[in-house]
Ligand binder design. Structure first.
Ligand SMILES: C[S@@+](CC[C@H](N)C(=O)[O-])C[C@H]1O[C@@H](n2cnc3c(N)ncnc32)[C@H](O)[C@@H]1O
Length: 215
């Protein structure tokens, strides 16, 4: 199935997808930041966890390896990258459900997850689709469930301020760089929305976000 219009693949262009893992590892302190995202999510035994926009499933596999008693799902809208994810999941010998679907039309029932985590996906969505995605995440989280996001954020020091004009033009990252994600999460109904950490990377500020669906 071909992706819908305005769909931005992992490295913007479909033919670059096989380079995604090596590039990310080199450029974005990948494993360190993904591990911090997992620590922040405080996943408990038996919880259902969705990795939204799982890509090649690096984060999804780490979650399952860190919390073997959690039920872990990865969703992505790109069949090609899901093929890479499937091979990695098989090699890691873990049980993860990989699903094809769109962040703003989630193929899951209401209140079906305890945690939704997402790494470097929200900046791929247009402003309207970011709002739709946050509404959908809210819908599939159970009351008291949590959203944890790693993605671009407002610049927080001299270097990230200098590179921010470039990052604003990257994919659909302008909302992130303007610091609009927390307000969008609140508009979807989330409470206790926080930027918990900011990191300097060569591509500017990456931020960890946390949001809670009221119990
Ligand atoms: C930069 S990659 C990040 C992958 C992974 N989360 C990680 O951190 O390694 C962005 C991913 O979001 C997916 N994506 C983009 N738009 C999407 C959408 N509307 N619905 C679902 N997935 C989407 C892409 O296919 C890609 O796999």
């Amino acid at each position: 199935m071909s992706p819908p219009e305005k769909y931005i693949p992992a490295l913007s262009y479909d033919r670059l997808t096989p380079l995604f893992d090596p590039l990310l590892r080199w450029s974005l302190r990948e494993l360190e930041l993904k591990r911090r995202l997992i620590v922040q999510a405080q996943i408990e035994s038996g919880q259902r966890v969705l990795d939204l926009g799982c890509g090649t499933a690096t984060l999804t596999i780490l979650i399952k390896q860190t919390h073997p008693a959690a039920e872990v799902f990865g969703l992505d809208g790109d069949c090609k990258i899901l093929g890479i994810a499937e091979a990695k999941v098989a090699k890691a010998d873990v049980t993860i459900a990989l699903d094809h679907g769109l962040a703003y039309e989630l193929p899951y029932p209401d209140r079906s997850f305890d945690r939704v985590v997402s790494s470097l996906v929200i900046h791929h969505l247009t402003t309207e689709n970011k709002r739709r995605a946050f509404n959908e995440i809210y819908r599939v989280l159970r009351p008291g469930g949590e959203l944890h996001v790693l993605d671009f954020g407002r610049p927080h020091n001299l270097y990230t301020s200098i590179v921010s004009p470039l990052i604003r033009r990257l994919e659909e990252a302008a909302d992130n760089v303007q610091g609009l994600l927390p307000e969008m999460m609140r508009e979807a109904g989330f409470d206790q929305v926080e930027v918990t950490r900011r990191f300097t990377t060569i591509f500017g500020t990456l931020a960890l976000y946390r949001a809670w669906r009221p119990a």
